[in-house]
Design a binder for this molecule. Structure first.
Ligand code: NAD
Length: 334
């Protein structure tokens, strides 16, 4: 199962979960030379092709038949797609674009990689503080197992957290980090897990309740707010990630935002504000704002791909264990 690095070959990438983010990652990778997309899994099946999978035909099969397991050649229908894809040879790194429902799901997937003796790079875009804490508990096993795991590598956590970690260096003490995101998507079905997990942050909801909701329940909830979700003081892993990086106590990090599920235009500009005190005793705020034209897919999958590349380099140098988006700089992928 061990995947030995070969500096001359493109990084062979697998994508677990082929919904909104999984499909976007496949499209992104098809435009880069140094990464080849060779494996994919969804809830009902998986597909592996050492010469590379075609994002257009995969998307067509997924949308028309409901699973990449119908791919020809290379598709396999299976109710245990993750357990079956992990031992497939020739995959150096996986992007985990899976729902984290229940809130222990991603950690349980990592346990499967460990149990099967797989070695390589894993990158997630996980969102909850408690989910990252579960992964922290797996750090010794990841080190021993030869897995280089980068967590929180999307937009937030991810790009914005990393920007905060960089901006913090102007200051001697960080007083407050405030992340405010605006997401606009045309319809909630394009990003089902994202919307379900966001609903779990609304007052009166938790991940178990959000997981149990039917599509009709979600549509009824969205109908009450004209398709918008207003989120405040979320349990978001930016806090634990910045704390682990030594930047500030987690209580000084707050995350909230607005998600519009009926309009691809962002309802507000996504930004992170870092307020601190300099060594000259001046209080100031740095602000990093994303361009409104950039989509959630671009701001999650671009950084995640950069972190996959960084993870691959760390792995080849023999660095195993758990790393976060605030500890490692993503690497440019040609
Ligand atoms: N950090 C960030 O900035 C950020 C931003 C957006 C989304 N996310 C996270 O990304 C994740 C993916 O979101 P999405 O909206 O693309 O999801 P989605 O619902 O569109 O797709 C999920 C995919 O996972 C597959 N899947 C579900 N259960 C599975 C199982 N047991 N085995 C194999 N495959 C399974 C589904 O078939 C589907 O293909 C979510 O956890 C979301 O919270 C992170």
């Amino acid at each position: 199962m061990a995947q030995e690095p070969d500096g001359n070959k493109p990084l062979a990438l697998g994508i677990l979960g082929y919904g909104g983010l999984g499909q976007a990652m496949a499209q992104l990778v098809a435009r880069r030379q140094s990464v080849r997309w060779v494996a994919v899994a969804d809830r009902k099946g998986y597909g592996v092709h050492p010469d590379g999978l075609n994002p257009l035909s995969c998307q067509r099969v997924y949308q028309e038949r409901g699973s990449v397991g119908y791919l020809e050649p290379g598709g396999v229908l299976s109710e245990t797609s993750l357990a079956e894809i992990i031992p497939q040879p020739g995959v150096n790194a996986y992007f985990l674009a899976l729902p984290n429902l229940p809130n222990t799901f991603i950690a349980s997937v990592v346990q499967q990689f460990l149990a099967q003796g797989w070695r390589g790079v894993l990158v997630d875009a996980i969102k909850r503080t408690s989910a990252v804490e579960q992964l922290c508990n797996l750090k010794p096993a990841l080190v021993a197992g030869g897995i280089t795991y980068l967590t929180g590598c999307g937009a937030t956590p991810g790009l914005l957290t990393a920007a905060a970690a960089l901006a913090a260096h102007s200051f001697e003490e960080i007083l407050q980090i405030t992340i405010t995101f605006g997401v606009g998507i045309a319809n909630w079905e394009a990003y089902r897990a994202t919307i379900r997990e966001d609903i779990a942050h609304l007052p009166g909801y938790d991940p178990a309740q959000a997981q149990a909701m039917s599509d009709g329940d979600i549509e009824a909830l969205l109908a009450q707010t004209d398709g918008k979700l207003y989120l405040e003081n979320m349990e978001h892993a930016d806090d634990v990630i910045l704390e682990l990086a030594g930047i500030c106590p987690r209580q000084r990090v707050t995350v909230g935002g607005v998600v519009d599920t009926r309009n691809p235009r962002k309802p507000l500009s996504t930004n992170v504000q870092i307020t601190g005190r300099t060594f000259e005793n001046k209080i100031a705020t740095h602000t990093f704002t994303l361009g409104d034209e950039t989509s959630m897919a671009a701001n999650v999958c671009g950084p995640a791909l950069g972190y996959l590349q960084a993870g691959w380099q760390l792995h080849q140098q023999g660095h195993f264990g758990l790393f976060t988006c605030a500890e490692v700089m993503p690497r440019w992928v040609s």
